[in-house]
Ligand binder design. Structure first.
Ligand code: AKG
Length: 199
């Protein structure tokens, strides 16, 4: 199982709102996505030095056009992840974090993104920690193997912060999960007006 959580209430929430599909991509598909994004990514420098950023050691882009094979993979992601009738955003977020990069706890802004965040994990496995935003002592660790897809929605998306652990903290059920360069290809949907009117 990909979820490590002690609290029963958190387990209930996250078993429906944080789903991981192991081996969502096969090796050829991973390579095909990698080749297309690497053409652009390798020209960028990793950013390390902004202390107030949620992400350290990263480079990123938003991508709208994909080759035919990769478009088919993205269609598979969207039809699996976006069950509500909220339209997916046209731009896909490509995030490349270095071996020593990491993502600090944050909740994605409700102004820019709807109830579902779904990401394919390329090149490296990692541990994602989801903690209750109003009580960070309550958290769950999620194992995201290389080539998996996660679907984070509803309460997991709105009420929990998410982070990707640094290499020296990268443990799942006491097992070290080595961090390497990792690329995530993330689809989000349109913000919902109901969420926006609360802010
Ligand atoms: C974000 O872009 O807000 C993330 O936390 C990215 C998560 C990931 O790399 O899968």
């Amino acid at each position: 199982n990909y979820l490590d959580v002690k609290d029963d209430r958190l387990r209930d929430i996250l078993s429906s709102d944080m789903i991981v599909k192991t081996d969502f991509l096969n090796e050829k598909e991973e390579e095909s996505l990698f080749v297309e994004v690497e053409k652009y990514m390798r020209r960028l420098r990793y950013e390390f030095d902004h202390w107030d950023n949620a992400i350290h050691g990263y480079r990123e882009t938003e991508k709208r056009e994909w080759n035919e094979q990769n478009m088919m993979i993205l269609e598979r992601v969207k039809s699996l992840a976006f069950t509500s009738n909220v339209a997916p955003l046209a731009y896909v977020h490509v995030l490349d974090i270095a071996k020593d990069g990491y993502i600090k706890p944050h909740v994605d802004a409700v102004r820019f993104c709807g109830d579902t965040i779904t990401g394919m994990c390329l090149l490296s496995s990692c541990v994602m920690r989801l903690a209750l935003e109003n009580d960070s002592t309550k958290f769950a660790d999620v194992y995201l193997p290389r080539r998996s897809l996660y679907i984070m929605r509803g309460k997991a998306r709105y009420e929990f912060t998410h982070e990707v652990l640094k290499d020296d903290q990268s443990y799942f059920k006491n097992q070290y999960v080595p961090r390497d360069r990792r690329i995530s290809i993330i689809c989000r949907n349109e913000p919902t007006t109901a969420q926006n009117s609360q802010t």
